[in-house]
Design a protein around this ligand. Structure first.
Ligand code: E4P
Length: 216
């Protein structure tokens, strides 16, 4: 399973990129709205000049023509822009048209296996099941990832599964075990993956022992 970062914050992207673990970035309108004083397009230019892998940029329009017009503007920013579209009939029409033109697409707000199958058949490069938001309403987001992974494997579907709406480290371990190809993870959760009390205790002990050498 690969890691994407789920943010529009350039500092967070820079830090995660420096760790050498990033295979892409996802943004959404809510994440972009948190970034003050910079336009969406300028921010995408900054991100794509740093990260050469997939950078998902979401359309705002809800109708096919509007989505296609936005997709045209967004793909002109950089060749690695992936167009993120909502799981609606117009969204899938746009996925079908864009995929015919060789444009990468990410269908977002996936909450059922049937939605994922429809999106994949329309030609989506990625589908994004939202784990945390399902957990929030008492359903199991990880079971959804597992179902989608099984269906895609049985039917030899190349669409990649991005486990999204990740809230904590166990979501990541479990999404990897259930067959997600990618997890898109907030910066804070990425950094939390480093912590283990035995790692920290071990480092402390090694330094202490080193400094207690007779010649030190
Ligand atoms: C995915 O592409 C979305 O941007 C994101 O994971 C949504 O997460 P949230 O439910 O924490 O807003």
């Amino acid at each position: 399973m690969k890691f994407f970062i789920d943010t529009a914050n350039i500092e967070e992207i820079r830090e995660a990129h420096a760790l050498g673990i990033l295979s892409g970035v996802t943004t959404n309108p809510s994440l972009v709205a948190r970034e003050k004083g910079v336009s969406f397009h300028e921010r995408l230019q900054e991100i794509t000049s740093l990260v050469k892998d997939s950078v998902s940029a979401e359309v705002i329009a809800l109708d096919f023509e509007g989505m296609m017009a936005e997709a045209k503007e967004l793909t002109a920013i950089a060749p690695n822009i992936t167009i993120k579209l909502p799981m609606t009939p117009d969204g899938l029409k746009a996925v079908a048209a864009l995929s015919k033109d060789g444009v990468q697409t990410n269908v977002t707000l996936i909450f059922s296996a049937n939605q994922a199958l429809l999106a994949a058949r329309a030609g989506a490069s990625y589908v994004s099941p939202f784990l945390g938001r399902l957990d929030d309403i008492g359903q199991n987001g990880l079971d959804l990832v597992s179902d989608i992974a099984d269906i895609f494997a049985i039917h030899d579907i190349p669409t990649e599964i991005i486990a999204a709406s990740i809230r904590h480290p166990m979501h990541i371990t479990q999404a990897a075990l259930k067959g997600a190809h990618i997890a898109t993870v907030p910066y804070k959760v990425i950094m939390s993956l480093f912590h283990h009390p035995l790692t920290e205790k071990g480092i402390e002990a090694f330094i202490k022992d080193w400094n207690s050498r007779p010649e030190a």
